[in-house]
Ligand binder design. Structure first.
Ligand code: SF4
Length: 388
């Protein structure tokens, strides 16, 4: 093993981020800090090889630094180092994935958390997230529909039967109204009475009162994704702001619910913005980060975007693991279309949680396929919130 380097190897890359080895990145966001989003470089083209600037550290130096900082010291990489990792050449990909896997095994263990999701309210959302077929603003084939409480309980039962420990109730809304909160109240109570499973919710932006009520109901984890980097958000969503999403995440954490906060990659962001996003997530310290990859949906503004190239997706998974060594990093939507047969490589490159079954509007792999993959990899299924 190469001896750990002491100076930050990415600090020679001319990054605008001041690098303080071992400290958090200076992309810190506070509620007061709501200045204009910065323009950054052009979106990543999955077909193009990632260029490595001449002034950047060698791949060996960078990986040695990451080994020292993350694997041995348990400190997540900062934004500049994550960017350098995202720029690693294909020849270094296997070494990078191997290191990310070592980090996951050391700081999280071999267990994998399995989750099922169900859509309580589908389609007709007033928001305009450009990747989403559930937005009522676009001419997509998804139509508005509600699930009743008995169906919700049955979905929870089927999810638990796969060995999953998490069941997430999702609604396509800006935030819950009185009708949705009433259904959640009823649904959560019915599931808790009938099924042994942790209940999570994803209901959009919350008020403090709604945060408090969900906490009292026993919802133990709340999903609310940042979606993309702050500097790119306005090109992806115009009906609400990144800062509004951040505020809900902060309220959830402060109330004591576990926070699940992730991203969707492939929505036109640059590599710099992927690194920015990783740093912003690290600052938020979520218990779980779901990694979605764009599955271009017909009728949405991003419907003709190309899927993320498999190697770029794997580099991103490993980079996020190196930024978030102790976080539950979950394979979420789009992994099938982006990674195909390479899904196992992600499991051996930093991922330690999966969503089984179907997603909200797209089909996933059959649960049996994922469970077999985990068995083949000797990765036991376990609820991870008590472990990490
Ligand atoms: S991502 Fe969520 S908030 Fe955005 S349009 Fe889709 S359902 Fe609505």
């Amino acid at each position: 093993m190469t001896a750990p380097v002491t100076a930050h190897p990415a600090s020679t890359a001319g990054s605008p981020v001041r690098v303080v080895p071992g400290a958090r990145t200076e992309t810190a966001v506070t509620r007061e800090d709501t200045g204009a989003a910065a323009e950054t470089s052009a979106p990543v083209s999955p077909a193009e090889p990632v260029a490595v600037a001449a002034t950047e550290p060698s791949p060996a130096e960078l990986l040695a630094y990451a080994r020292s900082e993350v694997l041995e010291a348990g400190r997540g990489l900062d934004e500049a180092a994550v960017l350098a990792v995202l720029r690693l050449p294909d020849e270094s990909l296997n070494d990078l994935l191997a290191l990310a896997h070592e980090v996951r095994m050391r700081w999280c263990g071999p267990e994998v958390e399995v989750e099922g999701i169900v859509s309580l309210k589908t389609g007709g959302c007033p928001e305009d997230c450009h990747f989403c077929s559930q937005s009522g603003k676009f001419d997509s084939p998804v139509r508005s529909a509600w699930l009743d409480v008995p169906s919700l309980v049955e979905a929870a039962r089927q999810t638990a039967a796969t060995g999953a420990s998490e069941f997430c109730i999702v609604a396509a809304v800006r935030g819950p109204d009185a009708r949705l909160m009433s259904q959640i109240r009823e649904g959560v109570a019915a599931i808790r009475a009938a099924v042994e499973i942790n209940i999570a919710c994803s209901l959009g932006m919350l008020t403090q009162q709604q945060v408090d009520e969900l906490t009292e109901l026993g919802v133990h984890r709340y999903n609310h994704n940042l979606e993309t980097a702050r500097s790119h958000f306005a090109k992806v969503v115009t009906t609400h702001s990144w800062e509004e999403r951040w505020e809900t995440c902060e309220m959830v954490r402060a109330a004591g619910m576990e926070l699940c906060c992730g991203a969707i990659l492939g929505v036109g962001e640059s590599l710099e913005q992927r690194a920015e996003l990783a740093a912003q997530l690290a600052l938020l310290e979520p218990d779980e980060v779901p990694m979605n990859f764009l599955n271009p949906r017909p009728g949405t503004p991003f419907g003709d975007y190309p899927p993320v190239a498999p190697r770029d997706a794997l580099r991103a998974i490993a980079a996020f693991r190196l930024a978030l060594p102790r976080t539950i990093l979950r394979y979420s939507g789009g992994r099938e279309i982006t990674l195909g047969d390479l899904e196992t490589q992600g499991m051996l490159g930093g991922i330690n949680a999966v969503i089984v079954g179907n997603y909200l509007t797209t089909l996933g792999r059959p649960a049996e396929s994922d469970l077999k993959m985990l068995a083949d990899l000797s990765m036991p299924i376990k609820s991870l919130q008590a472990t990490l």
